[in-house]
Design a protein around this ligand. Structure first.
Ligand code: DAH
Length: 365
């Protein structure tokens, strides 16, 4: 049987062992990064490293010399492990110092101010308008923007030949046989409320409305209104005036108001609610030398329509007009924002330039 082939036993003399220690120490010193040191560790202190092989070969040494050789190799391994640990600590410290420099954070720098979002001024104003009424115990009512023609017109006493039904104003939705329109005002919510809710009724409805209007400084085809409706026993025009005066005071502070006769098919009597002109405060009236462009020198600007609910409308909703009466009002939210915040051009409200909203922040709230 041939003798098993095996590597010749490594030399275990002092010179060889010293050289192995010197080589290992030099390799550790030469490693410039922890990754390089890891490789040097595998080569000089790992399982296959010459010193480890030498260690395993101790058992082949004559028993008489085993203690001496063992002590030498033990000391050599200790020296190598010590050099390794020292270099590891050194590199770790170096690398940490380098990281601290590259990852340095200057806590004294001003932070990047990331702008936060906010409701659009129209939305914020509609919320505020709703709050004015819920604070008085009223409810918020809602209705669909795609509305039955009957709700939008007929039930509100707008007969088939009323000019507001002309296609130039109203956006009819095809197929026309379905008789659906994009609601031209929030007044159909009055009808829905009277058909749905028990009496008495105290509601406001802020909502989006649509008309085939020009797109200019004072018209946008999709706009917003605030509708109000009260139906109760003994309601008079006085309650209407008091309510609108309160709303005007919350919206505009100290401003005079007036109601002036007008016509709406769904109210009788009907009125227009005016605000004293913010700009001239009435001073331009009868003073051709100092005309006021805001109010056309009339001293008043129109805010919205209102009136005592036409008994025909109440009756169409099955309400006993001998017992109940009501008042209603409707005003433009865009117009209110213009008066309240000095926004001169309605187009700014839909064009989405954030500077417009930022300029009005705080004002609409
Ligand atoms: N719906 C009317 C419009 O869009 C505004 C209006 C007038 C609403 C009088 C009312 C009202 O409730 O009583 O022009």
């Amino acid at each position: 049987m041939p003798a098993p082939t095996s590597a010749p036993p490594p030399a275990l003399d002092a010179a060889t062992i010293d050289r192995l220690v010197a080589e290992a120490t030099a390799a550790f010193a030469a490693a410039a990064t922890s990754a390089e040191l890891k490789a040097a560790k595998a080569a000089h202190a790992g399982d296959g490293a010459p010193l480890l092989l030498a260690n395993r070969a101790i058992r082949t040494v004559e028993p008489a010399q085993r203690a001496e050789v063992g002590a030498r190799i033990g000391a050599a391994r200790a020296a190598v492990n010590q050099a390794l640990a020292a270099r590891e600590a050194e590199l770790e410290a170096q690398e940490l110092a380098a990281r601290l420099v590259t990852e340095r954070v200057d806590v004294t720098l001003p932070p990047d101010l990331v702008p936060t979002g906010a409701p659009h001024p129209i939305t914020a104003l509609m919320d505020l308008l709703g709050d004015v009424f819920t604070a008085m115990g009223w409810e918020i009512a809602e209705g669909p923007e795609l509305e039955a023609e009957w709700m939008n017109f007929d039930a509100l006493n707008l007969g088939p030949n009323h000019p507001a039904r002309a296609t130039s104003d109203t956006l009819f939705v095809e197929p026309l046989s379905n008789h659906l329109v994009l609601r031209t005002h929030t007044s159909p919510v009055q009808i829905r409320t009277m058909l749905d809710r028990p009496l008495p009724i105290y509601v406001v409805c802020p909502g989006t409305t649509y008309r085939a209007d020009e797109f200019d400084a004072t018209h946008v085809p999709a706009f917003h209104q605030l509708e109000g409706l009260v139906v109760d026993k003994g309601i008079t025009l006085g309650h209407l005036k008091g309510t609108l005066d309160h709303l005007a005071a919350v919206m505009f502070g100290d401003v005079r108001t007036r109601i002036r006769p007008s016509y709406f098919p769904f109210t009788e009597p009907s009125a227009e609610m005016d605000l004293e002109c913010f700009v001239c405060r009435g001073a331009s009236v009868g003073d051709p030398e100092h005309p006021c462009r805001t109010c056309n020198s009339e001293g008043w600007i129109e805010w919205g329509g209102c009136g005592v609910v036409n008994p025909r409308v109440l009756a169409a909703c099955g309400i006993d007009t001998d017992i109940y009466s009501g008042f209603a009002f409707g005003m433009g939210v865009e117009r209110t924002l213009m008066f309240r915040n000095g926004a001169a051009d309605m187009r700014d409200m839909v064009e989405g330039d954030v500077r417009f909203s930022q300029a009005l922040v705080g004002g609409a709230r």
